[in-house]
Design a protein around this ligand. Structure first.
Ligand SMILES: N=CN[C@@H](CCC(=O)O)C(=O)O
Ligand SMILES: [Zn+2]
Length: 413
């Protein structure tokens, strides 16, 4: 098995909770062996390896874990965006426009578009991606989206409950989602989601979707409290969902419910029983002119948060995790380490990919430790603070995903 030594790393942010305050190493090195991290520590003590990359004093961190995207789509919604800039409000109805374009795209084109988006994200340092169905909205099209997604991304979420398609009764459609559609997509997906919001699915319909998907053995996630106060967060906690995403309009009770879900978790050690991650989507909040999710308040209440792009053509057409991190630092009052943690380890927690070592069935992503997956993001900067200090700049110098260099990124030296 080939090994690679990345040495002369000026600052290594491991995001490994087991290291506590020692989680940032100076003058460090990492050894990748096959798909795993085999060693990390002071550069002066690094073992020999088959290949050596001199990081030239640059900063390194885990690859981004983007735990919320909608990348399987065709078509364009820039006119809707322009209308929003002119004062129109975002509404769930725009999903129908993308659904029509997606239905009309052939498998080849849809796959090509997805691959291009996946490559774009990887070039910016994203090494693990979740994506959702939800622009098919009938059995055949949702299954096709799930199948195509499963051949490209790391985690696939069934979001048949994204919008009630034109001409269908909401209750009838909910039955379809919970029955034949769920059965058809099941082989391709790990997760299920529901858009619990005005204009999409009611609390009662959302509850039915979550119950059916849980019974089918899927992990749960919820789009909740995006456009106004609602039942999404409450339902997510009640169903033990791994994450509730958007979380823009939270009551005190919502924050308390989320915090309560983490009662059995030791955040400093990263051990115990995880609760419902609150996934903040700052790029979406800016694009839709919604208030930014209260990430600071959630962290202070003891809630684990994630940052994700929500890349989709309607509300957030970016796959830049670096942009989300910069926004979280500059506008959501997170520190740089908090924002990086939310975009790496937090995303992994939201997908329950935060643990796993040589002995387990899965390798942890989102943190750098021996036995974890070798996902490394080398920055063209001496410290991770540059992500916020130089927002919008192309700071990715090189990316290794499962131990392999991502094409198009070059190792700094
Ligand atoms: N809110 C629901 N779904 C997407 C938007 C989908 C669309 O408008 O096309 C979101 O997460 O923002
Ligand atoms: Zn979404």
């Amino acid at each position: 098995m080939t090994s690679t030594l990345i040495t002369n790393i000026g600052e290594l942010s491991t995001m490994d909770p087991a290291r506590g305050t020692e989680s940032v190493l100076k003058q460090a090195a990492v050894v990748l062996e096959g798909e795993r991290i085999a060693w990390l520590g002071p550069a002066t003590q690094a073992p020999a390896a088959d290949a050596v990359h001199d990081a030239g004093g640059r900063a390194a961190l885990p690859g981004w874990v983007d735990s919320h995207t909608h990348l399987v789509f065709a078509g364009d919604r820039s006119a809707e965006f322009a209308a929003r800039l002119a004062g129109e409000e975002y509404s769930a109805g725009g999903i129908a426009v993308t659904t029509e374009a997606t239905r009309n795209a052939g498998d080849y084109d849809l796959t090509r578009l997805l691959l291009a988006r996946r490559a774009e994200a990887a070039a910016g340092g994203t090494t693990w991606v979740e994506t959702k169905t939800g622009y098919g909205l009938d059995v055949e099209q949702e299954t096709r989206s799930a199948r195509i997604a499963s051949s490209v991304v790391d985690d696939v979420t069934f979001l048949g409950a994204h919008l009630v398609p034109d001409g269908m009764d909401a209750e009838e459609y909910t039955d379809l989602v919970c029955g034949p559609m769920l059965a058809a997509v099941r082989p391709y997906v790990q997760w299920a989601d529901v858009f619990c919001e005005r204009g999409a699915f009611t609390e009662d319909q959302s509850r039915r979707v979550l119950a059916a998907c849980r019974a089918a053995g899927l992990g749960l996630r919820v789009h909740g409290n995006q456009l106004g106060p609602g039942a999404g967060v409450r339902l997510a906690v009640e169903f033990g969902a791994a994450s509730v995403d958007h979380v823009n309009y939270l009551s005190d009770g919502d924050v308390q419910a989320l915090a309560g879900s983490w009662a059995g978790w030791d955040s400093a050690a990263g051990s115990g029983t995880p609760g419902t991650v609150a996934t903040c989507l700052p790029a979406c909040d800016l694009s839709t002119r919604q208030p930014l999710a209260p990430g600071r308040e959630l962290l202070d209440a003891g809630v684990e948060i994630a940052l994700a792009t929500n890349c989709n053509p309607g509300t957030s057409y970016t796959s830049s995790m670096a942009f989300c991190v910069a926004t979280a630092v500059l506008q959501m009052e997170l520190s740089v380490p908090e924002a990086i943690r939310a975009a790496t380890y937090g995303g992994a927690l939201a997908l329950r990919r935060h643990t796993g070592n040589d002995a387990d069935g899965q390798r942890a992503v989102g943190s750098i430790a021996v036995g974890h997956r070798a996902d490394i993001h080398l920055l063209n900067a001496p410290s991770a603070a540059y992500l916020a200090y130089r927002p919008g700049m192309p700071l990715t110098a090189a990316v290794w995903r499962a131990g392999k260099r991502v094409p198009g990124t070059r190792a700094g030296s």
